[in-house]
Design a binder for this molecule. Structure first.
Ligand SMILES: [Zn+2]
Length: 373
């Protein structure tokens, strides 16, 4: 059984393309992971998600621990069986969403105490409990428990938070190793913090590398700092992490963010944007995003994108989707989500091809010309 093996097939500048081999299948990189928050990629059947080309999806520890509960998912045979997705699943640690969604948080060295946003019930998340929950879910890629402060906090607060996240990373590693997931074939990723500061990011990368992880995430970006600041940070952050391990930029992003991040050496992404936008009537295309609520699509018989190979584009017109979206029909959310997830997967495939053929710079400039103007 292959537990976790990352092979880089080709590089082009800082961009890399390769493959992560795991027990439940391999993940082609650069990879985009659709977000399956509550054991579902909203509005999509798992087989449709797979058909778009996704090799891996993401599940959220915070949501799943509150409903239906990690112990219940474990009794039902784990998350893969529960939701009928037999390929790799990455679970986040819950840290980020506790801070963004829950009420009455109390942050200490031990962990975070909070009240559920669903029913007000009291919970505690620690590195040890986060590892236990991710083990109960049956995660393939487990994320270390960390704290993600807002990028606009004073530097001394960012530094103190990062140092605590590094202590939590060590506790995550120890709890993961004690839990036996390693032997069963799961992998553990550490998360670099340090906001936009190069020295803090370097210190964080060194602390994580010393502990040792299967892959390394870049956390604390896409939290409101803007694309320019994010790219400026990505000019140095990926290079601080081990070259031979996958680098995962958490919570990113728009199609042009993905292209710019791959250009700077990132291998993996996740974001709710394609699914959430789809439910809100926005479609991504090679010529930029379009909003199907707009009256100009009312009698437009073209597909969403004439270069897209998804079922939505093969079957339905912009005029019909405009009607569904305007009418609030469930099918509108389903078809739009399918297109957006498929578009993201086609974008990743196009990037993998371009890197493999040594023409990524041309691809990126052509993409930006068509997408951003
Ligand atoms: Zn499509």
């Amino acid at each position: 059984m292959t537990r976790f093996q990352f092979t880089i097939h080709a590089t082009d500048g800082a961009a890399r393309t390769g493959e992560i081999a795991m027990r439940r299948g391999s993940i082609r990189t650069p990879a985009f992971m659709p977000v399956g928050t509550a054991a579902t990629v909203k509005a999509m059947k798992p087989e449709t998600v797979r058909k778009t080309g996704a090799d891996i999806i993401l599940g959220n520890t915070y949501h799943l621990m509150l409903r239906p509960g990690a112990e219940r998912v474990a009794r039902l045979g784990g998350l893969h069986k529960f939701m009928s997705w037999d390929r790799p699943i990455l679970t986040d640690s819950g840290g980020y969403q506790v801070m963004s969604l829950s009420d009455l948080r109390k942050l200490t060295e031990q962990g975070v105490e909070f009240r559920s946003h669903l029913d007000g019930s009291k919970h505690m998340l620690t590195p040890e409990r986060s590892m236990e929950i991710q083990r109960l879910l049956g995660s393939d890629i487990v994320m270390a428990f960390d704290e993600c402060p807002r990028a606009d906090r004073p530097l001394d607060e960012i530094a103190a938070s990062m140092e605590m996240s590094m202590r939590w990373a060590k506790r995550s590693r120890d709890a993961f190793d004690a839990g036996g997931e390693h032997a069963e074939g799961a992998a553990l990723f550490g998360i670099q913090q340090g906001a936009l500061d190069e020295k803090l990011r370097q210190r964080s990368a060194e602390a994580l590398t010393e502990i040792g992880f299967d892959g390394y995430a870049i956390g604390g970006l896409a939290v409101g700092e803007g694309q320019e600041a994010m790219f400026a940070t990505l000019d140095f952050a990926p290079g601080q992490l081990p070259q031979d391990r996958p680098r995962y930029l958490m919570g990113v992003g728009k199609p042009d963010d993905l292209v710019g991040a791959v250009e700077r050496g990132v291998d993996m992404f996740d974001c709710v944007l394609p699914s959430r936008s789809g439910r809100n009537g926005q479609a991504f295309t090679w010529n930029g995003p379009i909003n199907l609520r707009n009256a100009r699509f009312a009698e437009d018989t073209d597909p969403l994108d004439d270069r897209c190979s998804c079922d939505t584009c093969g079957t339905y017109s912009r005029a019909y989707l405009h009607h569904l979206v305007k009418s609030g029909e469930i099918l509108g959310a389903m078809l739009m989500t399918e297109h957006n997830i498929a578009f993201y997967q086609q974008l990743m495939q196009a990037m993998r091809d371009a890197i493999g053929e040594g023409r990524f710079a041309t691809f990126a400039s052509d993409f930006r010309r068509d997408y951003c103007t």
